[in-house]
Design a protein around this ligand. Structure first.
Ligand SMILES: Cc1cc2nc3c(=O)[nH]c(=O)nc-3n(C[C@H](O)[C@H](O)[C@H](O)COP(=O)(O)OP(=O)(O)OC[C@H]3O[C@@H](n4cnc5c(N)ncnc54)[C@H](O)[C@@H]3O)c2cc1C
Length: 480
């Protein structure tokens, strides 16, 4: 079957990959001239890469790790020491670490937390541990129920001292969803903590050895093409054309550079676009359906990714760092962490600025100046004195609507991969899957969509199996 997929982010590419495995022919249609969506990267005129986001792969990402294995590119993941490193605002230029020993989970996580005495006192650690017990005992059901609370509210409810939030969880909330603990749903932090505590290598981190576009997306494209599929860049979906019965008749692609629009017809259609552009493009008749109306409950959160090249080495740390700065979230010296960006003499810092709502409209210069002011606190030895480090060049990449903003109550708005429209499916990190809006979530959603398509096909081929519903339950069905 020919399946048209709009969007060549990780979800669209993963969906296409697993459809080829099931014997189908996917054609991925990407709006931009670059693969990867939120993992897209570009090379500047000096040959240096800059990216949409600083991306970390975790041990707790089974689907993406499986994908690397299937593509035979596992050696491209550069695994780092099993630790989490935080800057210490009260002692500029110093770090506090949570080192995970080589013990089974959850013991390794518990020892990592108990051994760290810089950030939390013993009574704080004990109160936090007791607070976490319901999540550890009751598992995912409890985690989902806590979606009604923000993380700040949940910590209060569990009698966990406010200092725990300030010391550890402002940084973690910003890293997970680019917002603070007062805004983020408790489900997000509990999901991450559960994975980190229940899997021995769950919180172990890896960097890709080069740009995600070349080192991860391109091999998926090659895999798809070798098996008869196709990925087309510069092919923006302009309109979803409907049959009289409301099913999809075709994708209307906008003609670029004076070319006429093109109708692209297939057997099945998938949106692998982020939720924000999907909402804009929904055909009128679908907008009346409860399933699609629910998408109004989801909206992308702004974030900014910065790359700063310096005239010297600022640090030798080969790892992700939690800045604990009010302006910044996580950062890394990519000249240490990533093989293709390696430089023994000069640092290239990649930094995530979050929350970014007050910064997204500002000029690159203002953003870089504010970041340099923060770096004076993170690297006091290299800034401010007579021989201050010099910024050689920078790139700022703004994403006004990135992953969906995971405030309390969002879980109920996340759609299934199947829709009430028989020949139309959804995929993307925002669709319902057990991981957060992340690379893992995107890859898993692509796999789930491919599985849903294969199952629906099996049922058409074997009508005796038709008693298994292929469509979402009544709550997701059309009401109009
Ligand atoms: C700064 C930053 C840091 C991040 N850090 C991490 C991290 O460390 N670890 C992690 O796991 N995740 C991280 N993420 C999240 C991760 O990048 C995303 O969750 C994931 O890449 C989303 O994939 P997706 O395929 O669902 O969506 P997208 O990547 O957004 O893909 C959607 C695609 O649809 C295309 N599209 C849109 N409109 C149209 C149209 N009309 N026609 C055709 N195509 C269209 C877009 O151009 C895009 O290519 C980070 C994200 C950002 C922005």
């Amino acid at each position: 079957m020919r399946v048209a997929i709009a969007g060549a982010g990780l979800a669209g590419l993963s969906c296409a990959k697993y459809l080829t495995d099931a014997g189908h022919t996917p054609i991925v249609l990407e709006r931009r001239d670059v693969l990867g969506g939120k993992v897209a990267a570009w090379k500047d005129s000096d040959g240096d890469w800059y990216e949409t986001g600083l991306h970390i792969f975790f041990g707790a990402y089974p689907n993406i790790l499986q994908l690397f294995k299937e593509l035979d590119i596992e050696d491209r993941l550069q695994w780092k020491e099993h630790t989490m490193i935080f800057n210490q605002p009260n002692a500029p230029g110093t770090y506090s670490r949570f080192d995970f020993p080589d013990l089974p989970a959850p013991l390794n996580g518990i020892v990592a937390i108990l051994r760290n005495n810089d950030m939390l006192t013993w009574p704080e650690k004990i109160r936090f541990g007791i607070g976490l017990l319901p999540a550890m005992i009751q598992g995912q059901k409890y985690v989902e129920e806590m979606d009604k609370y923000s993380w700040t509210e949940w910590l209060k409810k569990q009698n966990i001292p406010p200092r725990v939030e300030k010391e550890v969880f402002i940084a973690m909330s910003k890293a997970l969803n680019f917002i603070g603990p007062e805004e983020i749903s408790a489900t997000i932090l509990l999901t991450a903590l559960n994975r980190f505590l229940q899997e021995k290598s769950g919180s172990k981190m890896a960097f890709l050895d080069g740009s995600p576009t070349e080192r991860l997306c391109q091999p998926i494209v090659d895999y798809i093409a070798e098996r008869g599929g196709e990925v087309r860049l510069n092919a923006p979906l302009k309109e979803i054309l409907l049959n009289p019965d409301g099913t999809v008749k075709g994708f209307l692609l906008r003609g670029l550079n004076g070319a006429v629009d093109e109708v692209f017809a297939a057997d099945l259609y998938v949106s692998a676009m982020p939720v924000d552009p999907l909402k804009v493009i929904l055909p009128k008749p679908w907008q009346q359906m409860e399933f699609f109306q629910k998408l109004e409950g989801l909206e992308g959160v702004p974030v900014i990714n910065l790359h700063l090249w310096f005239d010297r080495k600022l640090t030798q740390i080969d790892h992700l760092l939690f800045s604990r700065s009010p302006l910044l979230s996580v950062y890394a010296d990519m000249s240490n962490t990533c093989r293709e960006y390696a430089n023994p003499d000069r640092s290239m810092l990649e930094l995530v600025l979050a929350p970014a709502k007050d910064w997204i409209a500002k000029s690159d210069e203002e953003i870089v100046n504010a970041t340099i002011a923060e770096l004076k606190k993170l690297f006091p030895d290299h800034f401010g004195g007579e021989n201050s480090a010099k910024l050689l060049k920078y790139h700022v990449v703004k994403t006004p609507r990135s992953v969906y903003k995971a405030t309390p109550g969002r879980q109920q708005y996340r759609p299934s991969q199947t829709t009430p429209i028989a020949n139309f499916y959804l995929t993307g990190d925002y669709t319902m899957q057990r991981y957060l809006a992340s690379m893992e979530g995107a890859v898993l959603s692509g796999k789930l969509t491919a599985q849903a398509i294969a199952e629906a096909e099996n049922q058409v081929a074997n009508p005796s199996h038709l008693q298994t519903p292929t469509r979402p339950p009544a709550t997701n069905a059309a009401t109009a």
